[in-house]
Design a binder for this molecule. Sequence first.
Ligand code: GDP
Ligand code: K
Ligand code: MG
Length: 298
Amino acid sequence: MKDNFRSGFISIIGRPNVGKSTFMNHVLGQKIAIMSDKPQTTRNKIQGVYTTEQAQFIFIDTPGIHKPKHKLGDFMVQSSINSLNEVDMVMFMVNAKEGFGKGDQFIIDKLKQVDQPIFLVINKIDEVHPDELLPLIDLYKDKLEFAEIIPISALNGNNVNNLLNVMESYLPEGPQFYPEDHITDHPERFIISELVREKVLHHTREEIPHSIAVVIEGIQADEDSDIIDVQAAIIVERKSQKGIIIGKQGQMLKQVGSEARKDIESLLGSKVYLELWVKVEQDWRNRMNQLRDFGYNE
Ligand code: GDP
Ligand code: K
Ligand code: MG
């Protein structure tokens, strides 16, 4: 263990669209920032690992802290809240532009059960006049005892370094859990395949089951042209499904490919050439293990 090295886990919470993903993008650099906004089934996914000379920040996405629509939801909220007591600090992000809302109040009420230091990060300050910011800070101060209140702009990076420096001082002494170049826990291939799968499911109806698989057969980065080539196969079990996904004159597959390509480009921070095709494999389920080798996870 390096001398005086600090490390710890930081839960990021906040309503949708406050800028959590944008913040992660900024901290981790352009290259890889995976922020699929699909509903997540697994709690506490590692969103990114940021390593400096003196510290390692492990950012964890903690979804599910919002007013639940039904009873089962109460349980989900509670388990998310409990998980906040197991990390080293909590980063609660709000939107300066939208001001204080009911959704924020709900989260704050829940945060009263949390003993760890809570950072209030007021994002999107590029969108408000400083005169509007001070009253907002005062308002939040009365709501909860925050360890720190720090305004930033995740989009242009304003005050983000300061935020990280202050956070570092709250991290406990600890080992470097992950290698320096470890940026995210999500294997790229899996995310790319999920992006393609998501587009297919978005454009089709019940006739295409969620069990379709997308196998990434290759990814090549061309050093000279900065275009990344990706080959992906959409695997279905019936010929009729293949027809649906290809669509009239290939229109459907074209649409899926173009939307997926855009997402993959922003994922990889690079231009992408996506080759996409559809394969019928009646017994692919039996060959799951083989598929797993290609990066497919169920
Ligand atoms: P998330 O749902 O919390 O992950 O939010 P996102 O990171 O996806 O951001 C939602 C939207 O807010 C996107 O259009 C971002 O470009 C925008 N956004 C995020 N941070 C800032 C910011 O600091 N300033 C401005 N003006 N827009 C931002
Ligand atoms: K979003
Ligand atoms: Mg997001």
